[in-house]
Design a protein around this ligand. Sequence first.
Ligand code: PLP
Length: 403
Amino acid sequence: MEANGSILTNKYSEGLPNARYYGGNEYIDELEVLCRKRALQAFNLDPAKWGVNVQPYSGSTANFAALTALIQPNDRLMGLGLPDGGHLTHGYYTAKKKMTASSIYFQSFPYAIHPETNLIDYEKLASQAKIFKPRLIICGASAYPRDWDYANLKATAEKEGAWLMADIAHTSGLIAAQELNNPFEYCDVVTTTTQVQIYLFPESELKHLPTDTKLSVVPDLENAKDLEKRVNDAVFPACQGGPHNNTIAAIATALLQVSQPSWKAYAKQVIANARTLADALVAHGYKLQTAGTDNHLVLWDLRPIGLTGSKVEKVCDLMGITINKNAVSGDASAQVPGGIRLGTSALTSRDMREEDIKVVADFLHRAVQLSLLLQKEAGSKLLKDFVRVATVQEEGKEGFALV
Ligand code: PLP
């Protein structure tokens, strides 16, 4: 927060270090070079082989810059469909409308998860790619609780002559800690946000908080230098103007922390907490998409108990628990989806361990039971109307009261 709110916000610096379009950037250059160095360190990447651009203003901008660098307007791309956990910027469109720049300027054909296992259907993806002939395959997701088989995707991409890009926005911290498969071994370009996982955790000696700057990392290829230039040119001037130096300073601070040995312990705890949460919800009899998790994320399918994610989200809001409604496999609407998405990164940053997470699971269980009760007793309209919900406990006898 100190870096983000600093005087660095006032300096304009279009261009790259030592190649700016403005004077007075001596210290800005040092800052950006340091941030790039730390980004490569955080992901264990050899600076002789890898390039990195830390200027994108957000994950969406980083992704559009990566598309701009890799493919031409109207080229074909394949990303995981939004209802299956993909992100808007991976080519999302609806039957009525091309919703995002990634489907307006490119031809998009989403791949899907398997309807029974809810895991990425790599076989079907390969057969669809054979027909669709994408120039780019995007992997990574906003709501996928399992790890990715990058080797499999690389084989398909190579076969069809496509680039492979990973958007690791959700799992970058776990990947940096080497707790998940490594996309850098297989992907041509990797992008990430930093707000999901690259930030403070309690044991940190550095008292700095999350940042909002995004990265795009360029790979080790024979033509890496060419690709690095393509990415740099795509970020500026193709998609952006001057970088936000204050956020680059903040991300440099956060990345230092990611490079510390203690980050590994944090990442392990994030995953242990997510597994504990998943197990506790299953023990309560609930259904989770893919029946568990490999990462920080739990996707809870509420349809078997007849609730929507929107109702549970509303009740949780009223109870002071922040979650988000989320589509689960087979859902028709993202506005009224059948599930909720939970993540353990923030709770772990508050130093919560397995025992704490079990208590959180109990709170969530009560929120869902309350949602059911409200739905049954008063109809769903009441959920929008009432002001506050209190959960009361009397001599071990649990009940719900509306206030
Ligand atoms: N990519 C993925 C996988 C995301 O989940 C998100 C958002 O959380 C983004 C990209 C976009 O990031 P931003 O909202 O910072 O543009």
